[in-house]
Design a protein around this ligand. Structure first.
Ligand SMILES: [Cu+2]
Length: 463
């Protein structure tokens, strides 16, 4: 009975609207438009912290417009449109309420729209209203002053730049959301057995500030809490299903007894809503990154957030990964001694119901990886989405040291690493170049459109 829904066009809709032809505002970008000659055209707009959805609004030419503006956020906002020197503006709209803004018939062109509450425009609450075809030439009669003819978008160059800047500013200013996945899950002890409790439930997950989507989470987090274990540990994982559909838990990449493999009707009955299921096994895999995830209706359940990291920690806390020294002239590499890791993080790639996400968040709500200059940074990366994602780090070559939990006999240097669904890689970065370096998927529709960056973008910030 469940299906993943979004709140109208909130959530990933704005990212999706940026992809391909739909960003030209033809079919999907413009909310609801009615062409009836007699009455005004009604256009639905949603406000949140800090976005206007859709951000590329199309309206008919020569017909009065009634913007039905709903505030889906938690703070008061306004909606304003500048038309040839006149600003049409709503009153302050309280959260959860809808206000209609009437704007007279527009000439063909593109007009800026934004929230007038101080600072909100800079945080991302801006949009474009395009009257008529979004043929790039159509903007010429509008208020935009520069950059006409930009292929594939109806926005002016100035608008494109300002929207892109708003996203980067928000990211660098710390636009992260209060909820974060990958929180370390402390076990309770039953004798020598480490017991971990996971509860699967439906949640509203904030993928980007103010943008909540219907999601599924373990212990309310996406990714689910990180479970750290060691070789030889005897562990018990108790899963409570609070969803309204069955689920099971699979330990991806782990060597487990057949009965603990978590596949419905192959190794166990599904865990029905309200039921609890206990998994128990001894860790028999080398230090590295493994994953736990749902194996029931997984297109929806894993896409919606039911996955997390299971890290087999190295003995004594020291990873066995060596430094590669690189001859900058020839590119030859020499394997050195294992490094002492200063900063360790876990990065899940996701796509599907949550949109394009890193650790369950879409840029600018992604969290940067912060290191001190000279640090060795270890990142455990896993793809629990359904697409390939080539992860690319600017300014550096990272060292690929392990795949699927196994240290590579010959680590290698790369700057772009294709991670297929189900794969895990550990990469080392020697953070010797200061600055903020973009770190993103290199499938461009997953990261950047005419309104700037979104989705699978974060940064390595070296201080
Ligand atoms: Cu991608």
């Amino acid at each position: 009975m469940r299906s993943i829904r979004r709140w109208g066009t909130l959530g990933v809709a704005s990212a999706i609207a940026l992809i391909g032809a739909s960003c030209t505002g033809g079919a999907t970008g413009g909310g609801t438009t009615e062409q009836a000659a007699a009455g005004p055209a009604t256009v639905e707009v949603m406000l949140s912290e800090f976005a206007i959805d859709p951000s590329a609004i199309t309206v008919p030419v020569g017909q009065p417009i009634e913007f039905s503006v709903m505030n889906m956020g938690q703070a008061p906002h306004t909606f304003a449109v500048d038309v040839a020197g006149t600003t049409y503006e709503t009153e302050l709209i309280d959260p959860g309420t809808t206000v209609v803004l009437k704007v007279p018939a527009l000439d063909a062109g593109t007009y800026p729209a934004y929230c007038t509450v101080s600072g909100h425009k800079d945080l991302g609450m801006l949009a474009t209203v395009t009257a008529g075809t979004s043929d790039p030439g159509a903007g010429a009669t509008g208020s935009s002053s520069a950059g006409q003819g930009t292929a594939g978008t109806s926005m002016s160059a100035a608008m494109m730049a300002s929207m892109h800047k708003a996203g980067v500013d928000a990211f660098l200013a710390g636009n992260q959301t209060p909820t974060q996945g990958n929180q370390l899950l402390a076990p309770t002890m039953d004798g020598t057995t480490k017991v971990f409790a996971l509860t699967a439930s439906s949640v509203k997950w904030e993928v980007s500030k103010g943008q909540f989507v219907d999601a599924m989470a373990f212990n309310g987090q996406i990714p689910g809490p990180q479970i750290d274990v060691a070789y030889g540990d005897h562990i018990r994982i108790v899963v409570e299903n609070q969803l309204d559909q069955p689920t099971v838990l699979h330990f991806h990449g782990m060597t487990v007894p057949n009965a603990q493999d978590g596949v419905p009707f192959i190794t166990q009955d599904p865990i029905m809503p309200g039921q609890v299921w206990t998994y128990e096994f001894t860790v028999k895999d080398p230090p590295g990154m493994y994953v736990y995830h749902s194996h029931f209706n997984s297109t929806e359940q894993v896409g919606a957030g039911l996955y997390g990291a299971l890290i087999v920690q190295p003995e004594g806390g020291n990873w066995p990964y060596p430094a590669l020294s690189v001859d900058g002239h020839t590119g030859a590499t020499t394997v050195g001694a294992p490094v002492i890791v200063d900063d360790e993080s876990t990065l899940f790639l996701g796509d599907g119901p949550l949109g394009y996400v890193l650790n369950g968040k879409s840029f600018p709500a992604t969290t940067p990886i912060v290191a001190k200059r000279g640090d060795w940074v270890l990142i455990h990366m896993a793809n629990d989405g359904s697409m390939l994602h080539p992860m690319h780090l600017h300014g550096y070559h990272f060292e690929v040291v392990a795949q699927d939990g196994f240290p590579l006999e010959q680590p290698y240097m790369a700057d772009t690493l294709v991670i297929a669904p189900g794969q895990r890689f550990d990469v080392l970065i020697h953070a010797i170049y200061p600055g903020a370096w973009a770190f993103h998927c290199h499938i461009l529709p997953h990261v950047e459109g005419p309104q700037g960056m979104y989705g699978m973008v974060t940064a390595l910030v070296v201080q």
